[in-house]
Design a protein. Structure first.
Length: 219
């Protein structure tokens, strides 16, 4: 192989890769917030007494979980404007990934709720708390603690899925790497650098979440 590596190109454009990384993290954070809200609401709704509410939750989760995130992204960016809903590129990515995350986290929170001992909720009601306050002050903290490992995996997965945003020219890490490789012809250097940055970023996120899990762990 006669390929000559030119890492100077990566050093010169390092700031672009870092800005792309930062944008990807911001998109993932926005998407996980949307997913958390949807997941929490639908997880509690999945335990509702009304059949039609449980059925609606199941339809949403089944439909969204079986859609490719890229298809949802294209729907948000290309189809919604046709319906009069105009959002920019970054908002389209956040919305698409947030809806997808909502379906994933609904199952995570539903499983966490199912694993909470019945006596915890009964204890809250026994001391005079209303059902709403019992769920907010007693059930939610325990549920979150149980769901932290799955939440961490979901966030890392969302962060990696932000690479799909390159398909609509959002200047996150993958798009920046592609632009550098196109402008400088440093193809291997650009993609190797992007791969290493993704690996390091995911490892750091995983360690931070592991530290949080240990801190909240009940002795």
């Amino acid at each position: 192989m006669n390929y000559h590596f030119n890492w100077k190109v990566i050093v010169e454009d390092w700031d672009k890769l870092m800005w792309g990384l930062l944008l990807g993290l911001e998109i993932a954070f926005g998407a996980i917030i949307i997913g958390l809200v949807i997941g929490l609401v639908l997880a509690f709704a999945s335990h509702a007494r009304q059949f039609w509410i449980r059925a609606a939750v199941k339809v949403y989760v089944t439909f969204l979980r079986n859609q490719p995130p890229l298809l949802l992204l294209f729907f948000a960016y290309f189809v919604l404007p046709r319906m009069g809903i105009r959002i920019d590129r970054v908002e389209s990515v956040v919305l698409a990934l947030g809806l997808y995350a909502g379906a994933q986290l609904t199952e995570v929170f539903r499983a966490s709720l199912a694993n909470i001992p019945k006596g915890i909720r009964e204890a809250g009601l026994a001391i005079g708390l209303t059902p709403v306050r019992t769920n907010t002050l007693v059930v939610l903290p325990v549920m979150f603690r149980n769901a932290i490992p799955a939440l961490g995996n979901s966030f890392i997965s969302l962060f990696k899925d932000t690479s799909l945003a390159a398909g609509i020219a959002v200047a996150e890490l993958t798009w920046q790497a592609r632009k550098i490789s196109t402008d400088t012809f440093a193809v291997l250097e650009s993609w190797i650098a992007a791969c290493v940055i993704y690996v390091v970023a995911c490892m750091i996120i995983a360690q931070l979440l592991l530290a949080l899990e240990r801190k909240l762990k009940i002795p």
